[in-house]
Design a protein around this ligand. Structure first.
Ligand SMILES: Nc1ncnc2c1ncn2[C@@H]1O[C@H](COP(=O)(O)OP(=O)(O)OP(=O)(O)O)[C@@H](O)[C@H]1O
Length: 225
């Protein structure tokens, strides 16, 4: 069974059709890059995988017991909230829905330490998040998603607004993580993605799949923007 099986997914916002009979299968171990122009339906596709948006037609089936980690778009995160790195990552262990009087366990805290160590950001543990660089904050958000030990990590434009070195650093980290988990990455960085991604899904209301081993005409992809 595929990790994610999307069949004939059609989503409308009122009368506007954002996704039109989209089909996509994500297999365990894949590194899928979702590309497409602004407003083409990438975030809508991701939200439908989480079940935040219900299909008007078609279905999204997630393999039972799949743990999904999510790194939201940078712009949806408030970097000025008075909280430090350890606390942000610890938040990732909160159960959903949150129970009243929930207390973090010692295991939760040990998991956070282990992830910070794995991502080599232990030195940032006590730093307030408003003192982090863009690349450091992005790694912290990835750490928060990893603390639940996901089978599938979904990232929505994790490298937007980062400089080239910080972008490369994030892509190298994702390539390493892909040895242990499946990755679904929404991004506009086609030129960098093509070095790391195994499968491209090109969204523009409908969806086309390309194997990165194909001789892809990336110039044509870039024309879409
Ligand atoms: N809640 C909503 N209500 C109405 N229209 C919406 C809503 N969310 C998205 N849309 C519209 O649906 C289309 C797809 O939006 P979506 O956010 O999925 O695109 P995207 O490919 O992620 O864009 P971007 O690259 O700019 O982040 C857009 O035309 C958008 O304006």
């Amino acid at each position: 069974m595929s990790l994610i099986d999307i069949r004939d997914l059609t989503i409308y916002y009122k009368s506007y059709c954002a996704l039109d009979h989209v089909n996509l299968r994500i297999e365990s171990g894949d590194f899928v890059g979702i590309v497409g122009p602004n407003g083409s339906g990438k975030t809508t596709l991701v939200k439908s995988i989480f079940g935040y948006i219900q299909p008007h037609e078609g279905s999204v089936t997630v393999k039972p017991n799949t743990v999904i980690g999510y790194v939201p778009q940078f712009s949806t995160f408030n970097p000025h909230f008075p909280i430090n790195v350890f606390e942000v990552v610890l938040n990732g262990t909160l159960p959903s829905p949150i129970r009243y009087f929930y207390h973090y366990t010692e295991k939760n805290k040990a998991d956070v330490k282990a992830i910070l160590n794995q991502l080599k950001i232990t030195h940032l543990t006590k730093k307030p998040i408003n003192q982090l660089s863009g690349g450091q904050l992005q790694k912290v958000l990835i750490a928060r998603a990893l603390v639940t030990h996901p089978d599938l990590l979904i990232l929505d434009e994790p490298t937007a607004s980062l400089d080239v070195d910080a972008k490369e650093d994030i892509y190298r980290l994702l390539a390493k993580l892909n040895k242990e988990m499946t990755i679904l990455l929404v991004s506009h960085d086609i030129s960098m993605m093509k070095h790391y991604v195994k499968t491209f899904a090109c969204v523009n209301q409908s969806l086309h799949i390309h194997d990165n081993n194909d001789q892809l005409d990336f110039a044509h992809f870039e024309d879409l923007y």
